[in-house]
Write a protein that binds this ligand. Structure first.
Ligand code: GLU
Length: 303
């Protein structure tokens, strides 16, 4: 396992030598100005050790990675009923596309595209206040990561609320189909705050241990929900580049427009990678390459 320390350092050095960073998310003003030449990787192995390289203690905006935790919290609350409101099929459309909503009568294709995540958060919110739903997601993440030092960045949430016209359109379109049970603005506010949770790669890798089913990890989520989340991460975790990611990396992963990737090697390791510059699909440009390098160097794969 000492090898993992060397492997992550080599990946870090190669990523910096290549200096091919991509562009941070421009549509969220608080993220647009983040320096793109940053990189971090953390790997928690089955023996409980955490191997890191780069800025692994720098909090970043987890954005869509929060959808994994929101999904688990919602499944915990309403169970399989969720699937009456959202599907579980990959798409060939962008993360913020509205297209399939029209053809599928307002039922989003999966819980990781924005429309599906907004419906998932809406289901978690029903019957209570946004602060309670957010406390549940944050509480679950803190429990899984075994630290309370994880917070929501209100400035990021607010900047997304100001500029998130596309998500507002999606929420109102869902409402027009009767697929939102709360006021669109209430659901969106909760969703924007959930996306604005900040974590370091060390914390994110720790939080993924339960998804990886590592031995000796407190059972914070059920085996069934871990299976559901991993299946969706593999098939839908990188939007319209999910097939390519599975092809190149071969592990379930979830990206966020903050530049993070959570990667799961079942029963072997939980991995978090961060580099804020994105590729054309809204996934971390250097982070996606680093994930492929790690899979190649370790031989980890679900296939
Ligand atoms: N908050 C972002 C949005 O809704 C999340 C997208 C992502 O990280 O892929 O647009």
């Amino acid at each position: 396992m000492e090898d993992i320390g060397r492997i992550v350092q080599d990946i870090h050095d190669k990523i910096h030598a290549d200096a091919d960073w991509g562009i941070p998310a421009q549509y969220i003003s608080e993220l647009a100005g983040v320096a793109s030449d940053q990189f971090a990787i953390s790997v928690v192995t089955a023996d409980g050790r955490c191997w890191s390289a780069g800025r692994s203690r720098q909090p970043f905006s987890i954005q869509s990675i929060s959808k994994v935790f929101a999904l688990i919290a919602t499944l915990g609350r309403i169970g399989e009923q969720l699937w009456t409101r959202v599907g579980r099929e990959p798409t060939r459309t962008a993360f913020d596309s509205i297209m399939l909503l029209e053809s599928d009568g307002g039922r989003p294709p999966n819980p990781f595209v924005n429309a599906g995540a907004i419906v998932t958060t809406d289901a978690l919110l029903s019957g209570r206040e946004p602060s309670q739903a957010l406390a549940e997601i944050l509480g679950l993440i803190r429990e899984m990561a075994e630290t309370d030092e994880i917070y929501i960045n209100d400035r990021v949430a607010e900047s997304e609320r100001r500029t998130g016209e596309r998500n507002k359109a999606i929420a109102h379109y869902l409402a027009s189909h009767g697929n939102l049970s709360n006021e669109p603005d209430l659901t969106l506010g909760t969703y924007f705050h959930q996306c604005a949770i900040e974590m370091t790669t060390e914390q994110l890798a720790m939080s993924g241990r339960a998804l990886a089913g590592l031995d000796g990890v407190p059972r914070t989520i059920s085996a069934l929900h871990a299976k559901r989340a991993n299946a969706l991460m593999l098939t839908c975790g990188h939007y319209d580049a999910s097939g390519e990611f599975a092809f190149q990396v071969g592990l379930p992963g979830k990206s966020g427009v903050g530049g993070g990737i959570l990667l799961i090697a079942p029963r072997t390791a939980s991995i978090a990678i961060w580099s804020p510059g994105l590729n054309g699909y809204g996934n971390s440009h250097a982070g996606t390459r680093a994930a492929a390098m790690l899979a190649k160097a370790t031989g980890w794969s679900v296939f």
